[in-house]
Design a protein around this ligand. Structure first.
Ligand SMILES: [Zn+2]
Length: 446
């Protein structure tokens, strides 16, 4: 049985003299290797990443901070000591924060100096706390850690990095560049800015701007946050109104810096280092690409922002990867889209670029629909004059498996049957291209 997913079924193309000039270029062989791409340093091509981190889950965290982040559409990372924190708001508040995209992360069970512990106690403090948090918060996976007091030696770092992808320290680096001050590509002791009541909103903003300037990841380390009704004065306590000022100034820079969690910043940074984009197959109307970081997809599943050059005279009809249609936008001759680097094929359907113009317009409407009884789909078209089209069916490796040349569409309504009963069960892409248009549809041959 055949089933069709129509991606776009109604599109008007205006065919003009100007457009004919563009078409001349299309008869030349065109070259667009996957070399003509870059992966943005940070998600959505932002200049830097900014992560707000909050240590100890003190009383203000679940009651003031998390709701404020959610209200301002921001996010952050909370490092929780399960055994000693007052659990401000309890697991309910942690779960609620987590369900709003906020990261719940590990700060050890009882906040000891980890460098003084036996191996057994170190295991309990590090991996035991991780397991307890994951047990109590549905769906939670703990990815990152913060050292209590910033204390870490090599044994502590090794233990932490067994089951975490990154750890935050307490030192402040001189430069917030893309190297993240990591040695040998390890993320086991990332720098931070310590927030205290002495840190003015203007100084906070200057740090955000330094991160944008240097192009790296900047983290802020917060502790207690209080207001008139929540008494939270454990350490370096700041008033809710000061936090609110920080957040409002951060919002101003959201178009330049990616405000995210430590988890997602490190996932992205790690994937970006190893991901490569391959062009598997390329023709006039369909590109088949593959983005792979060769990392474990169970952990490294954050979408990377790909910037890929498109051929002159072409525009993108749609991008699909697996079952997902990917959003994209154009920046001059470059298409920008987000894609998980899990090795599944990416299809970019291309059409000729047709600027609207009322001179001698060629107006058409092409779409396909199926006939499940006979293993045949119907290519329907209506237009204001006759035209010839080529219909090519591709498998998901981008290989053409069936081609119909010079299909004659008459002026007016047409219904052309295409028999694909000889094709194996599976997904296919059907490309229909003719005079100045090219459209691709997804087909599921059941
Ligand atoms: Zn702490």
């Amino acid at each position: 049985m055949l089933q069709f997913t129509e991606i776009s079924y109604l599109q008007y193309t205006i065919f003009t003299m100007k457009n004919l000039l563009i078409k001349i270029f299309l008869f030349l062989p065109f070259f667009a290797f996957a070399q003509d791409y870059t992966i943005a340093n940070w998600f959505n091509d932002k200049s830097s990443a900014t992560v707000l981190t909050f240590d100890d889950w003190s009383p203000g965290h679940g009651t003031i901070v998390a709701p404020l982040l959610i209200a301002k559409k921001l996010t952050g990372t909370f490092f929780v000591n399960e055994k000693t924190s007052s659990l401000g708001g309890g697991y309910w508040a942690m779960t609620n924060a987590f369900n709003h995209g906020i990261e719940i992360a590990n700060h050890s069970a009882t906040h000891p100096d980890l460098t003084t512990l036996t191996p057994e106690d170190l295991e309990t403090e590090v991996n035991g706390n991780k397991a307890t948090l994951e047990l109590n918060i549905p769906q939670l996976k703990v990815f990152t850690f913060a050292y209590p007091f910033g204390a870490a030696n090599q044994m502590v770092k090794n233990k932490v990095m067994e089951k975490h992808i990154a750890a935050r320290g307490v030192y402040t680096p001189a430069l917030w560049d893309y190297s993240l001050n990591t040695i040998n590509n390890t993320y086991d002791n990332l720098g931070t800015v310590a927030v205290s009541p002495a840190l003015s909103s203007a100084t906070f903003t200057n740090f955000v701007k330094a991160g944008i300037h240097d192009g790296g990841l900047i983290t802020f380390m917060f502790h207690s946050v209080y207001n008139a009704s929540v008494d939270d004065h454990w350490y370096n306590a700041i008033d809710e109104s000061l936090l609110s000022q920080y957040l409002d100034s951060l919002k101003i820079y959201e178009n330049q810096t990616w405000v995210t969690t430590l988890r997602d910043a490190i996932k992205y940074h790690t994937e970006k280092k190893s991901a490569e984009l391959f062009m598997l197959n390329q023709n006039d109307s369909l590109w088949t690409l593959n983005l792979n970081d060769k990392l474990a997809d169970s952990i490294y599943n954050y979408p990377l922002t790909v910037k890929l050059k498109i051929v002159e005279g072409k525009q993108v009809s749609f991008i699909v990867q697996g079952d997902d249609t990917l959003a994209y936008h154009m920046k001059a001759d470059t298409i920008v889209f987000n894609s998980v680097p899990n090795g599944s094929n990416i299809f970019i359907a291309l059409a000729d670029y047709n600027p609207f113009n009322s001179l001698n317009p060629f107006i058409y409407n092409v779409h396909i629909y199926n006939n499940p009884l006979t293993g045949t789909f119907v290519c329907a078209a209506s237009s204001n004059r006759s035209f010839l089209a080529t219909i090519i069916i591709y498998d998901l490796n981008g290989n053409s498996v069936q081609t119909l040349n010079s299909v004659n569409f008459k002026k007016g309504e047409n219904k052309i049957p295409v028999n694909i009963s000889n094709l194996a069960v599976g997904n296919y892409l059907v490309s229909i291209s003719g005079e100045g248009f090219s459209e691709t549809y997804r087909v599921d041959r059941k």
